[in-house]
Write a protein that binds this ligand. Structure first.
Ligand code: NAP
Length: 266
């Protein structure tokens, strides 16, 4: 089977919008879902959908509506998300939970709603957009990193559980991408703490510079399309050679060295 109908979450901006357009240009009908329910791209194969991925009933309804309209759903791209920022010490449980709610549980809801359809079809492609920060941790984004690492782990466990069903999972780990992600980043309530002020100021300036000067979301969209066109998807993909090299170094160097280097830079 090939992918003809896909649901992309977070389709109103950045990576999701670029992915929706890239897939549509390749002939795939794309339901681009977001809370805004708008799409910044125009293509006859991109259908905007209003969906908060934290709403389980609505997620199930959207999947049913896609089935009613097209008789199939071949792929989901779990991309919707945002990041919180601030020291671990000052982050409340509610703030940490909010990070996990969308990044982890929201993606899980999309996966759960689609799995019965994929099983029935004997085919399905589940792509999660995680982050290099799932494997490489930076200060003041501990909960963002943790939530992405949890989603990456989930994707890999699920991948083994679904062996032989025709359903495959792939996680794509982007590095810095120039999108609305930077302006959507939410400061925790107790972010201004003199104990962390100097470190945070330097760190935030660096990460914002890296993100705004980051790669085009089209690079990630292309990586998604490449996986969907393959007979079998890779388990995890880090787009772009420089980020691939970083991913490799993190795996082979002792953790203490990695953290020391990252502390110098960030
Ligand atoms: N930009 C980067 O440097 C970077 C790097 C690595 C990974 N990522 C990941 O890439 C993904 C896409 O981010 P982006 O960079 O494209 O940022 P973005 O431009 O801010 O896009 C985020 C998208 O997620 C949607 N969204 C957020 N919460 C949602 C919810 N509860 N339900 C439905 N949609 C929701 C937003 O739409 P609405 O506001 O309309 O709901 C928006 O379409 C995120 O998971 C992010 O963590 C980004």
């Amino acid at each position: 089977m090939e992918v003809k109908v896909a649901l992309v979450t977070g389709g109103s901006s950045g990576i999701g919008a670029a992915t929706a357009l890239a897939l549509a240009k390749a002939g795939i009908k794309v339901y681009a879902a977001s809370r805004r329910g708008t799409i910044p791209v125009e293509h006859p194969l991109v259908v905007p959908v209003k969906l908060d991925i934290n709403d389980e009933a609505l997620t199930e309804k959207v999947v049913s509506q896609i089935l009613e309209a097209d008789g199939r759903l071949d792929s989901i791209v779990c991309n919707a998300g945002a990041g919180i920022y601030g020291p671990v010490e000052n982050t409340t449980d509610a703030e940490a939970r909010e990070q996990f709610e969308t990044t982890y549980f929201g993606s899980l809801k999309t996966i759960r709603a689609s799995l019965p359809v994929f099983r029935k079809q004997g085919f399905g492609r589940i792509i999660t957009i995680t982050s290099v920060m799932a494997v490489l941790q930076l200060p003041y984004q501990g909960f963002y990193s943790s939530a992405k690492a949890a989603l990456l782990s989930l994707s890999q466990s699920l991948s083994m559980e679904l062996k032989g069903t025709g359903i495959e999972c792939c996680s794509i780990l982007p590095g810095d991408v120039a999108t609305g992600f930077t302006s959507a980043r939410k400061m925790i309530a107790k972010a201004s703490d003199p104990a962390y002020a100097e470190g945070m100021k330097k760190n935030l300036a660096k990460i914002e510079k890296d993100e705004t000067g980051g790669m085009s979301p089209d690079v990630i969209a292309k990586a998604v399309l490449k996986q969907l066109k393959r007979r079998h998807m890779a388990v995890r993909v880090i787009p772009r050679i420089d980020y691939k090299a970083v991913g490799l170094l993190v795996r082979i160097l002792p953790a203490k060295w990695v953290l020391t280097i990252l502390s110098w830079i960030y």
